[in-house]
Design a protein around this ligand. Structure first.
Ligand SMILES: [Zn+2]
Length: 427
């Protein structure tokens, strides 16, 4: 990729975020219609589904018209991903040489790999940079990445990287961060939280200029604990393993800006209607960049809160209000009420001395709370009191452990649900 290509992707993304809203929507609609026409010509699943539904891309004349297209079952794509591979790119797909994004699959479904064509991969760089620039990042400032795989080399000497391997324990992570003071961090919130609870004074001495949290749910209480330790703001980003980062916080840190020039993100109720601002719904996304495996109205499996907020920063990119977590991780209480992952986890981010946590709802209906932290009876008492307040009537065991295992990706699941609730979303 040439410097010219890189700068043009960045310039285009940087400009779009300030467009008057009608111009931004016109740009999004243009890209959407181009994507749909491409799918109708080249992608077997959409050709078949749209024919069966009696619709064509020409029926999509406005952004709202997107709802006329069916939402494919996620299971259908997981079982045979080649159905969403463009005929044009099938040979490159089969060669295995295209960049890949992976997803864990929906509740036990097969692992889904989304391959991207190289041109779309390059365009994503512009969107990636835009979100960082919005929090004061500049391309000559190093960024520490808490990341499992080796990092790609920085190109043209720009965006220099410091690797914090995700398998490192807290002490080893702190040493890397302390020896690189004054830079930006790109981190998983559960790991930041563990550092903040264990060694706030050392974290503060590492003086990050800005901290991006991504890849896991960040509750408000965890955020407050991390920011209190750092003395610096945390900017959360929302993405999925299939589709990169899709929404991000600017310096205002209220809600998330959606990369609307790269995705159409819908937030829908059980009847596939858009929810009102402030309401929770399921995330359904259409990618506007990837031509190798285009995803049109793809069910992400996440719960989001819709927003009609106009951000004080002046960017016109539409917003989502909040991330509620995976729909499959919701828990049904004995009275029938369902709680989102955020509602289940929010109480625990402010317990002093609690460093790592994992709340499991077992198939038997009981719950188990594993935690790592100081040997302090007050921690267990606080966990019990908060659990009883949020999940009344559910039996609880609390175990102190040395550490809660991280996945190879560095994620440390805070919630495990062995009894997923049904597919309906209304609470
Ligand atoms: Zn903003």
């Amino acid at each position: 990729m040439s410097l010219l290509h890189a700068s043009s992707a960045v310039a285009s993304a940087m400009g779009a975020q300030w467009l008057p809203r009608p111009a931004l929507e016109a740009l999004q609609l243009r890209r959407l219609r181009r994507t749909l026409a491409y799918c109708a010509a080249h992608v077997p699943l959409y050709r078949r589904l749209w024919r069966e539904a009696g619709v064509t891309p020409d029926d999509v004349r406005t952004l709202d018209d997107l709802r006329r297209l069916p939402i494919p079952s996620r299971r259908l794509i997981e079982e045979d991903p080649t159905q969403v591979v463009s005929a044009e790119h099938l040979a490159l797909y089969r060669s295995g040489r295209a960049p890949i994004r992976r997803s864990g699959g929906s509740s036990g479904g097969p692992r889904l790999e989304i391959h991207a064509d190289p041109a779309s991969w390059r365009r994503l760089d512009g969107f990636y940079f835009r979100a960082l620039a919005a929090i004061g990042y500049r391309p000559w400032i190093p960024m520490a990445y808490f990341w499992s795989a080796p990092l790609p080399r920085s190109r043209f000497g720009l965006m220099p990287k410091v690797h914090v391997p995700a398998h490192l324990d807290e002490e080893a992570q702190l040493r890397v961060l302390e020896s690189n003071p004054g830079i930006f961090w790109y981190y998983h919130p559960t790991s930041l939280f563990a550092l903040a609870q264990r060694a706030p004074e050392r974290l503060r001495q590492a003086r990050p200029r800005g901290v991006v949290s991504h890849a896991e749910l960040l509750t408000d209480s965890m955020r407050a604990t991390i920011e209190g330790a750092l003395g610096a703001p945390v900017y959360d980003q929302y993405g999925t393993s299939e589709l990169n980062r899709m929404a991000w916080q600017c310096r205002v840190r209220r809600g998330y800006h959606v990369d609307a020039d790269s995705y159409v993100l819908e937030i829908l109720d059980d009847d596939d209607r858009p929810v009102r601002p402030g309401e929770v719904g399921r995330a359904v996304v259409t990618g506007l960049a990837n031509r190798m495996m285009p995803l049109v109205r793809y069910e992400l499996g996440d719960l989001l809160v819709a927003s009609d907020r106009r951000c004080a920063c002046g960017r016109t990119l539409p917003m989502i209000e909040r991330i509620e977590g995976r729909a499959a991780d919701r828990v049904r209480l004995p009275g029938g009420r369902r709680l989102s992952p955020r509602a289940l986890l929010e109480p625990y981010g402010a317990i002093a001395g609690l460093e790592q946590l994992q709340l499991t709802f077992e198939a038997s209906g009981a719950a188990r709370f594993d935690y790592a932290g100081a040997p302090d009876a007050a921690i267990e008492a606080a966990i019990r009191a908060r659990f009883e307040a949020t999940c009344p009537g559910v039996a609880l065991r609390v175990n102190r452990v040395d550490a809660i295992a991280k996945a190879p990706t560095g994620k440390r699941p805070m919630l495990r649900n062995e009894r997923p609730v049904d597919g309906r979303f209304t609470r």
